[in-house]
Design a protein around this ligand. Structure first.
Ligand code: IPM
Ligand code: MG
Length: 354
């Protein structure tokens, strides 16, 4: 197969982990006789520095013309001034919107070899295998009006949380379809005891649930869910929720596994999918060569499976990562200690295990 892949390294450790994943793609391409044509483009802080725009038109154009997109991370202290009107994160939010990537799929699975790295007791963590389905192009991250102004001599900031029934229906449906391919359970998370947006969400979720009598369904309030993720994480299969709750809960859930540095994600729903690790740009270790490339490599596997329909190739990458971990190899963030591998060494081991 020939495929056009846009690489968006972004900021912080982004360039290092995207480069590592590109090497894995090249090895997969050689092994399976594919041709990946790469186009590297600017996004985030580096794009602001070079063009003044966190998502330059050229980047967007390249993304829309490609078959799949791999992104590293955006943001960092350099662009963190709360008074700034142009921010790296805007580039990420806008590209998701422009791509129509309304669903963010975040698998949270405990790697047996890493269970000991979890801050939770091993018996709680055993068997955890959750997929978060986070609504990604609506809700409070996109609603208008929003802004900051002075009202009656007081500075105020405001945002709008809004969902259309159509937006809720398509994401909840995706969760049910996914549950049918898994353990057959959907948990929808909202704040229906307080928010009207959530009451609409819940009503629509129930309508969709009625069409899937074979799938077990429950609604939970987001505050309770924050608690259950810690004390009974193995009870969940597919968790569907809105943009902000999904942002927060998926970071929380990532800690169950012991490392944010292991978790991939896929942003899908439009013609071209965007694949990215769920961790951030880790500016504290950027440039040191220490970053764990595995979340991005595993995002690359999701890209091959969901973006390019290369199922076997995706599995080969995932198994290679499993084998490397099972053999005891670790980067610093997953408990490597004094024997920690750097980005390159870890990447080479994965490639050798393909
Ligand atoms: C994420 C990140 C982004 C988000 C930020 C960087 C805009 O936290 O992918 O979860 O909130 O979606
Ligand atoms: Mg987040």
């Amino acid at each position: 197969m020939k495929a056009k892949v846009t690489l968006l390294p972004g900021d912080g450790i982004g360039p290092e982990i995207v480069q590592a994943t590109r090497q894995v793609f090249d090895a997969v391409a050689a092994k399976f006789d594919h041709q990946f044509e790469y186009s590297e483009q600017l996004i985030g802080g580096i794009a602001i520095d070079e063009t003044g725009n966190p998502l330059p038109e050229e980047t967007l154009g390249a993304c829309l013309e490609s078959d799949a997109i791999l992104l590293g991370a955006v943001g960092g202290p350099k662009w963190d001034d709360p008074a700034a009107t142009v921010r790296p994160e805007q580039g990420l939010l806008r590209i998701r919107k422009e791509l129509g990537a309304f669903a963010n799929i975040r698998p949270v699975k405990v790697f047996d070899a890493l269970a000991a790295a979890s801050p939770l007791q091993p018996e709680r963590v055993k068997g955890v295998d959750i997929v978060f389905v986070r609504e990604l192009t609506g809700g409070i991250y996109f609603g208008t009006p929003r802004g900051r102004e002075v009202r009656d001599d007081v500075r105020v900031g405001f945002d709008t949380m809004i969902y259309g029934a159509d937006e809720v229906e398509r994401i909840v449906r995706m969760a049910f379809d996914l549950a049918r391919q898994r353990r057959g359970k959907v948990t929808s998370v909202d704040k229906a005891n307080v928010l009207d947006t959530s009451r609409l969400w819940r009503a629509v979720a129930h309508e969709v649930a009625a069409e899937y009598p074979d799938v077990e369904y429950e609604d939970l309030l987001v505050d309770a869910m924050a608690m259950y993720l810690i004390n009974r994480p193995a009870d969940f299969d597919v968790v569907v929720t809105g943009n902000m709750f999904g942002d927060i809960l998926s970071d929380e859930a990532s800690m169950i596994t012991g490392s944010l540095g292991m978790l991939p994600s896929a942003s899908v729903g439009g013609r071209v999918g965007l694949f990215e690790p769920i961790h951030g740009s880790a500016p504290d270790i950027a440039g040191s060569g220490k970053a764990n490339p595995l979340a991005t490599i595993l995002s690359g596997a999701m890209m091959l499976r969901l973006g390019l329909e290369l199922h076997q190739e995706a599995e080969v990458i995932e198994h290679a990562v499993d084998r490397v971990l099972a053999a005891g190899h670790r980067t610093a963030d997953i408990g490597g200690g004094a024997a920690s591998l750097n980005t390159n060494a870890m990447t080479e081991l994965v490639i050798a295990a393909l």
